[in-house]
Design a protein around this ligand. Structure first.
Ligand SMILES: [Zn+2]
Ligand SMILES: [Zn+2]
Length: 186
């Protein structure tokens, strides 16, 4: 699919609807690069031209494989992004208002075509959460041995016992040494 749309076509048509699949094998997010399930995202976009302005709106949906932040198991993250953008073809950027324009997603544009791929990627990246759990009540990993506690909820940890024993021994050992010192036997 070609996501580059000629501005003169948009102006001629006034309204355009685009529906299709954005094909991608891997996708970069701020938390990592993930494999795209079925290697595509569903995209639906409408484009409206009015008086020097192009308004782009729509949605992008799909799934990626992402490791759970708690148990590290590969899980499926569903993404539902909102595509939006306003291309202002006639104004010059006003730097006083540039922060507001940023919030409104206004793009000052002088090119011959607009690239919808940029809007699709932006919508996906914005929709991805910073923290992801495979399920709400993911039990995570045993902090002592790394056992997955979802698969082994009744895990009794040998490493934990060893650690506690060592801790106890070292405390006990220090106490013994102190006692010896106090008694003057050292
Ligand atoms: Zn998990
Ligand atoms: Zn353990």
């Amino acid at each position: 699919m070609n996501w580059k749309i000629k501005i003169k076509d948009i102006i001629t048509n006034k309204k355009m609807k685009i529906e299709g699949f954005y094909e991608k094998e891997y996708m970069d997010f701020h938390t990592g690069t993930y494999k795209v399930i079925d290697q595509k995202f569903y995209v639906k976009i409408s484009i409206v031209y009015n008086d020097g302005t192009i308004i782009v709106g729509g949605l992008v949906k799909g799934k990626v494989e992402r490791p759970c932040d708690r148990c590290l198991e590969m899980s499926i993250l569903e993404l539902n992004g909102t595509i939006e953008g306003i291309y202002d073809l006639k104004s010059e950027p006003n730097f006083k208002d540039s922060e507001i324009d940023n919030l409104k997603n206004v793009i000052y544009y002088k090119g011959e075509e607009i690239d919808l791929e940029e809007r699709i990627v932006e919508a996906l990246v914005v929709s991805a959460p910073d923290v992801f759990y495979c399920k709400e009540d993911c039990k995570g990993l045993c902090p002592f041995c790394g056992e997955n506690l979802n698969k082994n909820p009744n895990h009794s940890c040998a490493e934990k016992e060893k650690y506690e024993k060592e801790l106890l021994d070292s405390k006990f050992g220090k106490l013994l040494a102190l006692k010896k010192k106090l008694n003057g036997n050292s």
